[in-house]
Write a protein that binds this ligand. Structure first.
Ligand SMILES: [Zn+2]
Ligand SMILES: [Zn+2]
Length: 327
């Protein structure tokens, strides 16, 4: 009896010390490299079912992740008629969270749809509407959705997200809220995701800075996140930095540079309790644009520009395609 309760205590203690979430990078770039466009798998670290954060690249991302052993801990039944990639796509990915309807954030989902299983698409209402109108309409692609033009195949069911209500992601141990972001005239989204341990992570789709976009969407997001930082519930932030500091603000088209991201982090730090409040917080940098120029490595430059001005003590992370990491 004593042994059993000690075991339970040890298990719950180690569960508390554990990371909250596991992420696998299916696609790390913000364009233009087809086969490596923005998409991540996310799951609670105690669960085995995933949801995607955007879906620019899906099947190719699964192939690369499988080659890099990202799924080595996953039990894949040997009697499955599917390949490992097929099994994960059809059985382990339970839904798509789509931040906005730009192609580099959902092309992988559309292309995989004929062989995919029934799933939910979780987005802000404006994004779901654009997906239904623009892609699943029997003109760009068959209507695999459950609304919109023509016969509805109903493989995907749209679920509208809101900033107010935690919506459970079916067949996972996650719940999600979505806040709007400004992205060059269209509505993008930030997903705030919570597990059963009340741990929280946030993923931002494409976004400009409030100062450039004449918006207060990031300001509102930082206000929403501040209490989670104070309560030590926030496990990490995934946010874009598309361009280096060299790109002028008029040419950013709703994206961030290191300078603008750091300005936004200063606002978050202030709201979260001031100097030192972000120390150790993982910040995952997404959506770095692939460069066709011979002597330019945007990732190296962005890394250097962020690290050189990191007065917050945050942990910047630059995920590579196929890589698994914990938050
Ligand atoms: Zn994008
Ligand atoms: Zn975009």
């Amino acid at each position: 009896m004593f042994k059993k309760s000690l075991l339970v205590l040890l298990c719950s203690f180690s569960a508390y010390a554990q990371a909250g979430f596991e992420v696998i990078t299916l696609g790390s770039k913000g364009g233009i490299q087809d086969g490596n466009l923005t998409a991540f798998l996310l799951k609670d670290s105690r669960d085995t079912n995933y949801v995607t954060l955007d879906a620019g690249t899906v099947v190719n991302g699964l192939i690369v992740a499988e080659e890099k052993q990202a799924f080595k801990d996953l039990d894949i039944p040997t009697n499955s008629p599917y390949t490992n990639v097929g099994y994960i796509l059809r059985e382990k990915i339970k839904g798509y969270l789509i931040s906005h309807a730009h192609l580099d954030h959902l092309a992988g989902m559309i292309i995989a749809s004929p062989d995919d299983s029934h799933k939910y698409i979780y987005s802000l209402p404006s994004v779901n509407e654009t997906i239904a109108k623009t892609y699943f309409n029997w003109q760009a692609w068959p209507n695999f959705g459950n609304k919109g033009q023509g016969y509805q195949l109903g493989k995907y069911q749209y679920r509208d997200l809101s900033a107010q209500t935690w919506l459970p992601i079916k067949d996972t141990s996650l719940k999600v809220k979505a806040l709007p972001l400004s992205h060059a005239g269209i509505e993008s989204s930030a997903f705030i995701i919570k597990n059963n341990q009340q741990q929280v992570m946030v993923y931002l789709g494409d976004t400009g800075a409030d100062s450039v976009e004449q918006s207060d969407h990031l300001n509102s997001l930082w206000s929403t996140l501040a209490p989670y930082i104070k309560n030590k519930q926030l496990k990490g932030i995934m946010i874009e930095t598309s361009f280096t500091n060299k790109v002028p603000e008029r040419s950013l088209y709703g994206h961030l540079t290191p300078k603008l991201l750091l300005e936004e982090l200063a606002i978050l730090e202030y709201k979260a309790g001031g100097k030192g409040s972000l120390t150790g917080l993982p910040i995952v940098i997404t959506h770095i644009k692939y460069s066709l120029l011979k002597d330019i490595n945007p990732q190296a430059i962005i890394k250097q520009q962020l690290i050189a001005a990191n007065t917050f003590g945050v942990n910047f992370h630059f995920p590579a395609q196929g890589e698994r990491f914990s938050l």
